[in-house]
Each structure stands twice: as C-alpha cells, then as structure tokens.
Design a protein around this ligand. Structure first.
Ligand code: ADP
Length: 396
C-alpha cells in the first residue's frame, strides 16, 4: 500500500512516498520556487543519490505533474503505475473548529477549508492549491487532509478563550487554536511508547522548537493547552517571531514609529525573536556560534528563548497538576544541547534532572535525564509525514 504525503507551501512542495505495509519511506523530494524564476525539483529514491532538475514550474499543477513523473521514472521512480497509489495525504495548517481529526477530502471539506482561509491567509491557500492540483492531475486517487490544528481541539474552553469581549469569538472565531498538532501528537505518543506506559496515564510536555516553536501540555494523550494561539505568532520566542508580548506594544510602536498595522505585524513576524534580539540571525546555529564568541545580544537571545520555554514547562506542569515527561523535538529541540540544558536548568525542584553526558546528543531518539530524574526528559525527532501517511491509510 503506497501513500504520497504532500506538504504544500505557497512556492514550495515537499513530498514523501511511504510503503505502508512496513512504513518505509521509498522516496522523498522538494519542489522549490514554484512560479518564480529558478524553479527546480530535487528527487531522492531511498538508497540512491538525489537528482535535481531545474525547469520552469509555473504553478502547483505543473509541480504535481513533475512529482508524478519522478515517481514513475524507470530508474529513480518508486511506482510502476499510478494505480499503486492508494491515497494522497496533505498537511493542512488550519481547520478552525471544523475538524478535530484527519478527514477524507471531498467538496464539503474543501468548502470548510476555504472558510478557514481568513484564519490562516498565508498557509491555507497554498495547502488548498496543492489539493486542487492533485485533484486535477490524479482525479481518481482519494485524498486526506491532516490538520495542524486538529490535535489541539481537545483543549478546554478555559485554555482557548481569550479574555477579550466574547463576541469576537462568536463573530470571528478569535480563540487559541494552536499549531504543530501533528508533531505534538506524534512526539507525545512516541514518548509514551519509549517509556513503555499507556499514554492515557501520562502527563507530557512536548517542546517543538524549530524556526517556529510551540509547547504543548498533553494530559492522558490529549492536548490540554498549547503556547501558540489564534496565530503561530504566540508563545515562546522563535527564529523571527516575537512570541508572547504585551498587546499594548503593538499600538505603541505603530503610533510612535508611524507604522501601519501591516508593518507592525511584519515586524513581529519577520524581524523579531532570535533575529530581533541578536541583530545577527534567526538561525540558532549562528546565535550559538556568536554567543560562544562572546556576543552579548546573542547570549541574551539564547537566554530569552530558554527562559520562555522554561516558564511554559512550569505553567503546564501546574495546568496538568503533575508531570511525567518532557520531550524535545524539531530543529532546535532535537539538536541544541545548549538550549535543552538551559531550559531544564533549575527545574530540579520539580523532578527534572538532565544528565550532561546523555544530553550530548543530536537528531536521534534518546533519554537525556539522569536515572534518578523523576520526570523523564527525552529527545524525540518528529515525524509529521508518518502521521499523515498513517491517517491516510486508516481513512482508506
Ligand atoms: P522549521 O520550523 O522551519 O521546520 P526546523 O525544525 O528545521 O525549522 O528548525 C530550524 C532551527 O533548528 C534553526 O534555528 C536551526 O539553527 C536549528 N538547528 C538545526 N540544526 C541544529 C544544530 N545542529 N544545532 C543547533 N541548532 C540547530
């Protein structure tokens, strides 16, 4: 049973093909610069070298056609015929309150996703374009939508309602939605598997820390709170996003600097976070390197990032009334020994004790807490594509 997983952005498209009989990745690739000069496709068949082809790719439909050609290619392909493809699973960013689980895509679901466009104006249109392109090119293949917001639909009202006039929730759906749900779901469940305990009996905090970061409280397998909010701008400081702020800063900057709403929005989304504090880079590797050279503001950026994450861990342990495990994932969480140790430092009082040697690990599953640590701390590389493939298989 072969399943194609697609993560479609406005000018890029990532794909993977799984053989779901054994959950093996047969092939993966990336189409870049769709609709822009210099477009290309990089295709890799597992076990062989990647092939990069530069060719004009004017739109998403052409991108999907190229992907299909690559998958059917005699030497680098993984399909003999399109009939082998049982389903296409798509990552979709926002499903609002409409879907709490993955669903098979049909015209009703598509209409619902289009209604969610105002909630994710940058992401949902690209996801929808990807789905429509697949419908055009592969009209007979079933498609499944897996939503970043779905896992967080179990949050209680007290966690998702903002203390602003209630009418804005009713009128515009302004509430906490949360993102990275597929990743938090995977990492929490994998954490339970590694610990050999049923997830229903565990209180886990999953720290997805990458360019974008979010932290989630997972109680008994359900998301009960998460740091991103109405948009992915909320929560901990990120590569270029500010994370949580005093909301009055928005109007203060707009008025004193004579900036438009759009300008301040862009300032908080694209010029803040690690980049804003350090003035050097949004990339944590650059920040760590600058901090090790003694750059004060890069040191400060690291401290702000880690302190923010630490506070969420404390808050979510309080929200759940206990804590069994903390799991780090995504680019920073999986790779930064420094950030993990700064986040956990000083949390011994609540049973979190890192083992310095075990923490010296990058990009692979590992338990990094000491044997005596009451709360287990783990590194769990995320695998959103596998969740999408599994959900697609389940729904077929
Ligand atoms: P995205 O949110 O775009 O998916 P990623 O999860 O790939 O991002 O995370 C990107 C971040 O991970 C960058 O800040 C990058 O510097 C950081 N990162 C990747 N590898 C390392 C490493 N070896 N050490 C420290 N940070 C790393």
């Amino acid at each position: 049973m072969k399943i194609l997983v697609i993560n479609c952005g406005s000018s890029s498209l990532k794909y993977q093909v799984f053989d779901m009989d054994n959950e093996e990745v047969l092939s993966k690739g990336l189409v870049e610069r769709i609709g822009i000069e210099g477009s290309k496709i990089k295709h890799t068949k597992t076990g062989l070298d990647s092939i990069t082809t530069e060719t004009p790719i004017p739109d998403h439909k052409s991108a999907i056609k190229l992907v299909i050609d690559a998958l059917l290619d005699k030497s680098h392909g993984v399909l003999e015929s399109l009939d082998e493809l049982v389903a296409v699973g798509h990552r979709v960013v926002h499903a609002g309150e409409k879907f709490a689980t993955s669903v098979k895509l049909d015209s009703k679901v598509m209409a619902a996703l289009k209604e969610c466009v105002p909630l994710a104006p940058l992401h949902n249109p690209a996801n929808i374009m990807g789905i429509e392109a697949v419908t055009d090119v592969l009209p007979r293949v079933s498609q499944v939508g897996v939503f970043d917001t779905a896992f967080h639909q179990t949050m209680p009202e007290k966690a998702y309602i903002y203390p602003i006039p209630y009418g804005y929730y009713e009128k515009y759906g302004i509430r906490r939605y949360g993102f990275h749900g597929t990743s938090h779901f995977y990492v929490a469940n994998r954490t339970a598997e590694i610990l050999g305990k049923p997830i229903e009996r565990l209180k886990i905090i999953t720290c997805h820390m990458g360019n974008g970061s979010s932290i989630t409280a997972v109680d008994g397998g359900k998301s009960v709170d998460t740091s991103m909010g109405f948009t992915p701008l909320a929560g901990v400081a990120m590569g270029t996003r500010s994370g949580d702020l005093d909301p009055a800063i928005f109007s203060f900057i707009a008025e004193t600097e004579k900036l438009s709403v759009k300008d301040v929005d862009s300032l908080f989304n694209k010029k803040s976070g690690l980049l804003g504090i350090s003035g050097i880079s949004s990339d944590l590797r650059d920040i760590e390197e600058a901090a090790s050279r003694g750059e004060q503001r890069s040191k400060l950026a690291l401290q702000v990032l880690a302190y923010g994450a630490k506070k969420y861990i404390g808050a979510y342990a309080a929200a759940m009334g206990g804590l069994d495990a903390v799991a780090f994932t995504a680019g920073v969480g999986e790779n930064s020994v420094t950030v993990r140790s700064m986040v956990c430092e000083g949390l011994e009082f609540m049973g979190i004790e890192l083992d310095v040697k075990k923490n010296n690990v990058r990009g692979k599953e590992a338990a990094i807490s000491s044997d005596s640590s009451r709360v287990k701390v783990l590194v769990v590389p995320t695998n959103e594509e596998l969740v999408i493939a599994r959900d697609s298989k389940r729904l077929m």
